[in-house]
Design a protein around this ligand. Structure first.
Ligand code: HEC
Ligand code: HEC
Length: 283
């Protein structure tokens, strides 16, 4: 072995190739050795600290020196959340929806849970975020995002709609009106001017839709002078509604909003949250 393989006294492994290339037995760098040792120690500590190996003889496992469990960690987290929520929940228990609305912090809190409640309980009929969902009859349920309300759009009205449900009834007219009369009325309604024909008052439409045809909130009768439609808005669709009515037995249009109080599906607090959430739509 020649001198050119002498690197300050470091021995070679004895492997020399071509007389030029030798394999020295150097130690790895110090930082690397420290890292290796530290991670080995870390493994042992971690292994003992947390639940790790099974104890087959007893059908159980080594529970770790720290007594940590995943469920324990989750419970600790939820109790923090419960504490924050509990403060709000206790406050809104005795408040009316209108009082909640007047408190901006509570409104913020309520609107967040309202969004989830709406998705779970209301969106199937009213559409995601209340934009409406349609089938071939027209809208399954009214759009809640506009300012057109069948039963009134103040916070109490909305709360009442949710608690008690709604079911507007329009009697069928196919037996009391001729086809020509239905045609005249449908054309007047389609044009947004129902009162332009004397039939509107003569045939009793004003009893439910009001003398001006703008609808009566007490009955949930639609405003017939605007361009917002609940059911099919084609001339044929309007004729169908006039002839067959709404919620008036077979063949009539269906429009039933279930009572969430009667169904017992939602708590009082949840119905209040939803009232505020729906009221805040588009505002
Ligand atoms: C099974 C379908 C259905 C579900 C579920 C439903 N609704 Fe309705 N909702 C309706 C229908 C249909 C109407 C209209 C009733 C009518 O025309 O008389 C309505 C009416 C309303 C009204 C009155 C609208 C107005 O213009 O005055 C409000 C407010 C309302 N719903 C809110 C909700 C909320 C909040 C939920 C969830 C908790 C919900 N609805 C769940 C079908 C539904
Ligand atoms: C007994 C009360 C009542 C009478 C009478 C009545 N309506 Fe209605 N009508 C309603 C109600 C309630 C609704 C809304 C139903 C709903 O959306 O749930 C309605 C809805 C309608 C609609 C559908 C509007 C839309 O947006 O799709 C038309 C059209 C209509 N009525 C026309 C008439 C005409 C024309 C007459 C007279 C021949 C008449 N109605 C008589 C209660 C009545």
């Amino acid at each position: 072995m020649s001198d050119k393989h002498d690197a300050g006294g470091v021995p070679t492994t004895g492997h020399v190739w071509d007389d030029d290339l030798a394999d020295f037995a150097n130690q790895p760098p110090k930082w690397w050795m420290l890292g290796l040792t530290a991670s080995a120690i870390w493994c042992v500590v971690y292994f003992l600290y947390y639940p790790s190996f099974g104890l087959s003889s007893t059908q159980t496992f080594f529970k770790g020196l720290a007594g940590w469990t995943a469920i324990g960690e989750m419970n600790a987290d939820t109790s923090v959340v419960d504490e924050v929520r509990g403060k709000y929940e206790a406050k809104l228990k005795d408040m009316t929806p209108a009082a909640i609305l007047a408190d901006s912090e509570l409104t913020e809190y309520v609107t967040r849970s309202g969004k989830v409640l709406f998705g779970d309980n209301c969106a199937a009929c009213h559409g995601t975020n209340g934009v409406g969902a349609a089938d071939k009859q027209g809208f399954i349920a009214p759009i809640l995002r506009d300012d057109d309300w069948l039963y009134g759009g103040n916070i109490e009205d909305i709360h009442t709609s949710i608690m008690g449900g709604r079911q507007g009834v329009m009697t069928p007219h196919k037996d009391v009106l001729s086809a020509a009369e239905i045609d005249t009325l449908a054309n007047a309604v389609a044009a947004g001017t129902p009162t332009s024909t004397p039939l509107f008052a003569e045939k009793g439409c004003t009893v439910c839709h009001g003398a001006d045809g703008k609808g009566l909130a007490a009955m949930g009768s639609a405003n017939l002078t605007d361009s917002v439609w609940r059911f099919e808005s084609s001339l044929e669709g309007i004729k169908y509604t006039i002839a067959n009515g709404v919620n008036a037995g077979p063949g009539s249009r269906d429009a039933v909003m279930p009572s969430f109080q009667a169904a017992g599906k939602l708590s009082d607090a949840e119905m209040k949250k939803l009232a505020v959430y729906v009221y805040k739509f588009g505002k």
